[in-house]
Design a protein around this ligand. Sequence first.
Ligand code: GLU
Length: 297
Amino acid sequence: MSLIPYVGRFAPTPSGPLHFGSLVAALASYLDAKSHQGQWLMRIEDIDPPREQAGATQAILQVLEAFELFWDGTVMYQSQQEERYQACVDHLLKEGLAYPCQCSRKQLKGHTVYPNSCRKNLPALGAECSIRLKTEGTFVIKDRIQGLCQWPMDQVGDFIIQRRDKLFAYQLAVVLDDNQQGINQVVRGYDILESTPRQLQLMQHLGLTPPTYAHIPVIVQANGQKLSKQNLAPAINSHQKQSYLIKALAALQLFPDHSVQASGYSDILRWAIAHWSPDPLSNKQQIPEADIVVPSI
Ligand code: GLU
């Protein structure tokens, strides 16, 4: 990897407490940062109040601390960044790189890609508008886990950066905040890979340098569904942190032997930093939770 100091992050949405899938994502980004002597920053993505659960932010941060996944610096809260987001939307509108859209959900029913109706027939900027970003060309990345990925933007389409209710879209906030925090390495779940071309498009319009990406496989249930707050994945209980750690490491293809396990939680974590590599996860998109083999001691 390059000589530029590594700056990574974990950026949970506080829509509920951490579950096993999000613990694995946190651990992977932490191990990757620490094994590169990098910084691991924390950002709470609380820009969508209807999706948030009271107390979730504190619960997430407490579990991470209990698991000794200590972040560097202070926590960034997206809810406190709205002025910057608005300034960016205004700039993109002024440059003609974004435009107001009046299309209702009903009008767009049946379209998988936005048909550019308002790009062709620009409405006046009004209270009832969302704001869409113009997309063009093809984006290509070499993901450290998923390999070469490319997206022709005509298959992605112009997308919303500010909703009709004036809330800012995740795509906008994530790009601006990764830039603000100096993030140059993103390790996150495979489920977010499909958002990456939108983020790359935004970075191109804003003249920002993309980070390097590693999209780790997501943990799924027997029915193939990702573990999530919506399908009631149980919250992590930090009283059993060693067994959670061993299982999360097994999901990441790390298997500490008996003597490492016997030396206790902090030593297992240190061992994991020294042994972490994303290579065994190459091209994997999903890991069924039931297939995770925990080494017995
Ligand atoms: N906030 C997103 C989530 O909790 C993660 C965003 C990202 O890592 O880019 O799924």
